[in-house]
Write a protein that binds this ligand. Structure first.
Ligand code: CA
Length: 362
């Protein structure tokens, strides 16, 4: 056999080998191609824009990326479990995954709060830097492993608004006696400032503001706030949302369900979560900017920025409050130390770049 025919035969043989291999692997892939069907619960009302609609897009995307090997059926808050039952449902494995916000679980897990947002904490870009290239996600995984959960950042509201007020805020003493609906650490700060903080369910905020049961409320940003109608019953709309500068939404997956997935399906879930993380922030930014324009046309509403002395006062009280919360357990201290260290480092860089740029871009 001459060299030429050897090469030719070799090529044929190699070609046959490849064909056989791919046929074999295809057969094997189909035979072993387990299909997964997951149920997903969320904390959002049915069809709630940006949040619930984003989650539905995520579920569809996972189906596309896995060629239908993982399908996710999404249930809005209250459809399968209550809006704030997401954590327990996923942790116990009664459903495989959920979408919510970590700070809702502060009562079960104090350290969870840093993974959504803390007053005067990181903005969306900073949160993502901390999660993906700092220790943020590693710490979040460590905290949630005690609850059989795997977390992934999956959306961000961007900097929220400070809220709707019927009293002008010009100095810290204006918070004294102010009846405000504001949850979380922000609420603790307003209490420290002398405010009377109440926690009202979403459906009662409008009438409470209208009837003077409360003087102020925070919500999210212009896009969602307009839907709540607050501009009809409040005089002032204050920014920025110092208490929620970059609220991260979470995808939580039951650890056993996640571990059962083949690595390529795990990668598809992680990829779709990262995509949702970017898309949700982008949708918030675009729709809030458009909604703000609508509000600016409304002559009745005064859109104001909190004065510097008020933001400085709130920051001082926030630092005190966060230090107290971080002392509650070793894990919270560990997360807060890492978060604050990262923030300090990032701030030095961002003062020279983002901040300096924004001051002249705007
Ligand atoms: Ca809020």
């Amino acid at each position: 056999m001459d060299r030429r025919s050897l090469i030719k035969k070799g090529a044929v043989a190699a070609g046959a080998l490849i064909a056989a291999k791919s046929a074999g692997s295809t057969t094997r892939a189909y035979a072993g191609e387990k299909k997964f069907r997951w149920r997903m619960v969320t904390s959002w009302p049915p069809a709630f824009p940006i949040l619930q609609t984003g989650v539905e897009r995520f579920a569809k995307r996972v189906g596309e990326l896995t060629g239908g090997r993982l399908t996710i059926q999404v249930y809005a808050g209250g459809e399968l479990v209550p809006a704030l039952g997401v954590f327990d449902a996923v942790s116990s494995g009664s459903v495989q995954c959920g979408h919510s916000a970590a700070y809702y679980w502060a009562g079960k897990c104090n350290a969870a709060q840093w993974f959504t947002s803390i007053p005067f904490g990181l903005d969306a870009q900073g949160m993502n830097a901390w999660f993906y290239f700092g220790n943020g996600l590693k710490l979040w995984e460590e905290v949630y492993s005690n609850f059989n959960l795997v977390p992934r950042p999956a959306g961000n509201t961007g900097v929220q608004m400070g809220g709707w007020f019927n009293k002008k805020i010009e100095k810290m003493s204006d918070f004294k006696g102010l009846k405000m609906r504001i949850p979380g650490i922000g609420g603790k700060v307003i209490s420290k400032a002398g405010g009377a903080v109440t926690l009202l369910p979403a459906g009662e905020i409008y009438t409470s503001l209208e009837r003077g049961v409360i003087d102020a409320t925070e919500w999210i940003g212009p896009f969602h706030d307009i839907r709540m109608g607050f501009y009809k019953v409040a005089k002032y709309y204050y920014g920025p949302g110092w208490h929620e500068p970059g609220s991260t939404l979470e995808l939580i997956i039951n650890k056993k369900a996640y571990d059962e997935l083949p690595k390529e399906i795990k990668a598809a879930v992680d990829t779709a979560a990262a995509e949702l993380n970017v898309q949700m922030l982008s949708e918030f930014e675009t729709k809030n900017a458009m909604a703000l324009k609508d509000l600016q046309k409304n002559k009745k509403i005064k859109i104001l920025r909190f004065p510097d002395n008020v933001l400085e006062g709130l920051r001082r009280l926030s630092e005190e409050t966060i230090a107290e919360i971080a002392k509650k357990d070793a894990m919270s201290k560990k997360v807060n130390d890492d978060f604050q260290g990262f923030k300090k480092q990032l701030s030095a860089w961002n003062r020279l770049t983002e901040k300096a740029y924004y001051d002249f871009m705007l």
